[in-house]
Design a protein around this ligand. Structure first.
Ligand SMILES: Cc1cc2nc3c(=O)[nH]c(=O)nc-3n(C[C@H](O)[C@H](O)[C@H](O)COP(=O)(O)OP(=O)(O)OC[C@H]3O[C@@H](n4cnc5c(N)ncnc54)[C@H](O)[C@@H]3O)c2cc1C
Length: 472
């Protein structure tokens, strides 16, 4: 057990959230002494308010939707949704009632000291929390995460808007919801609630949902959303918000007004470096914390997770934790690189992307060729009656090296495994053409998109499929 009074340790971890906890446990298991400081719940955003509970919600919503697909295919099903089992699973299985006692005990049983409080750097290898000064022999690792961006919109601060935390901890659902922001989080949560009977309107300032993904992905998700009764408004933004009885009214720049019982603000995440004491070690407090490929921010100071601004995903944060553990333990580890970070959006249809989009390749002046095959016209997509989606491959024209890829449709987040390995290892189209694909599989659609299949009469004809074409 840890010495509860320990004020000096090999490593101090400031922010024992998603990657802070992961790193701490790795170090403790390797015999490195650790003091962890956590302002909220040990385990952080992913465990309590983000990945894990949201994916539990998505699983439940998808089961409902599969039931609704019975009609005309396999008989009839009378589907009546109920939120209570979802809220209950989140409370009991995911979050233990938003109580981190188990995680604290796990930390302390491995010999660490855990302090609940808001810590601050006071100089190299020195941190204060709650009036106590702590010293690190090896160094400090800082992993204080990100927060929702709340845009400055007239009237927004005067209404009780929801953030993702409110959706995740909701015991009951509203009748209607406006989602401000059509990025991955707004789309995922908006679709879940719509499938549970909430009347959902998503407002996106960009010209389409998921504006940073491929247009084919946006098109698939938008078509599916509209078919499910979700109202999608794009190329318009909220200019003012006000209470209207027990509801909230939002006005858009284009003149439209929408009213709903609740408003979810899902306009992205920001990093706030103020109040962390970074100036005491000579670091800037604007933007993200700057790190090298070993996650070092200064001598004896490492940073990881959302606050590094590399890619705000748990798997990136935890990958970075592995690099820091190796650096501290003096073990070999590949340096950080971010050219093949997978991006999964768990809407239905799912979207899985990696590497460059076509637009990014064009913006870099690269000479690329692009192939797109629509998922409903892949063999498995046709068999499974997939309604929406596409597989898109972007390759360097001369070398055939894969630069980026996107799958949307059923199991796209799993197809992403193949695509990520291909982009990560700089595979060539030749490699993807000469491998053998199991048939009929959704990932087999990758082979179909690049023309690797030659099954003659069995070909499912996509009238829009044109093989490889120059980038647009
Ligand atoms: C709704 C939603 C769904 C998501 N779904 C996914 C998904 O499916 N897959 C995925 O990979 N990513 C997902 N993400 C992103 C993922 O949650 C984050 O990228 C990840 O949690 C970041 O980990 P972190 O350790 O950097 O930050 P956090 O987990 O936020 O940890 C930071 C910790 O630092 C603490 N802290 C802050 N300041 C201080 C201080 N001064 N002193 C002490 N402690 C402090 C905070 O309390 C917090 O616990 C989702 C995000 C959201 C919002």
């Amino acid at each position: 057990m840890a010495d509860a009074q320990m004020t000096e340790a090999d490593v101090i971890v400031l922010g024992v959230g998603t990657c802070g906890e992961d790193l701490s446990l790795q170090l403790l298991d390797a015999g490195v002494s650790v003091i962890g400081i956590e302002a909220s719940l040990v385990g952080g955003e992913c465990a309590y308010w983000a990945c894990i509970p949201s994916k539990m919600m998505i699983r439940a919503a998808n089961i409902l939707q599969e039931g609704r697909r019975t009609e005309g295919v396999a008989g009839h099903a009378d589907i009546r949704s109920e939120w209570a089992p979802v809220a209950n699973r989140i409370r009991t299985e995911a979050t233990a009632g938003f109580d981190d006692s188990f995680a604290v005990e796990r930390f302390e049983s491995r010999g660490g000291r855990l302090i609940h409080g808001r810590g601050q750097l006071t100089g190299p290898k020195s941190v204060t929390v709650g009036g106590e000064t702590l010293t690190a022999r090896i160094g400090v690792v800082i992993a204080t995460g990100s927060q929702p961006t709340i845009p400055s919109i007239e009237g927004l601060q005067d209404v009780e808007y929801w953030t993702t935390h409110d959706v995740i901890s909701a015991e009951e659902l509203p009748e209607s919801l406006i989602v401000m922001g059509g990025g991955p989080i707004g789309c995922e949560l908006g679709q879940v609630l719509a499938r549970f009977g909430v009347k959902v309107t998503i407002i996106e300032a960009g010209d389409r949902l998921l504006p940073s993904e491929e247009p084919e992905a946006s098109e698939a998700v938008t078509s599916a959303f509209e078919a499910e009764g979700i109202s999608v408004v794009s190329s318009d933004s909220v200019t003012s918000v006000k209470s209207q009885g027990s509801s909230i009214a939002v006005s858009l720049a284009g003149g439209d007004e929408f009213v709903a019982e609740k408003l979810l603000v899902a306009t992205g995440r920001k990093v706030d470096l103020n109040g962390l004491g970074l100036e005491s070690v000579g670091l800037a407090t604007d933007g993200f914390i700057q790190v090298d490929e070993r996650m070092r921010a200064a001598v004896g100071l490492w940073a990881m997770g959302d606050m590094t601004g590399k890619a705000m995903f748990t798997y990136v944060a935890v990958h970075q934790a592995g690099i820091i553990a190796a650096d501290i333990l003096k073990i070999d580890h590949a340096p950080a690189r971010y050219d093949a970070v997978p991006r999964a959006v768990f809407t239905d249809p799912e979207v899985g992307s990696v590497g460059l989009t076509e637009a990014q390749a064009v913006a870099r002046g690269l000479d690329v060729e692009v192939a797109v095959k629509r998922t409903p016209y892949t063999f498995r997509g046709w068999l499974d009656m997939a309604g929406y989606g596409a597989i898109k491959i972007i390759a360097d024209r001369e070398s055939g090296v894969l630069l980026g890829a996107m799958a949307s449709g059923p199991r796209a987040s799993e197809i992403l495994g193949l695509l990520t390995l291909a982009v990560h290892t700089k595979a060539k189209l030749y490699d993807l053409r000469s491998m053998i694909y199991a048939f009929p599989t959704f990932y087999g659609g990758v082979g179909e998109a690049i023309g690797a299949y030659a099954l003659g009469v069995q070909t499912v004809l996509d009238p829009e499929y044109e093989g490889f074409r120059p980038a647009k």
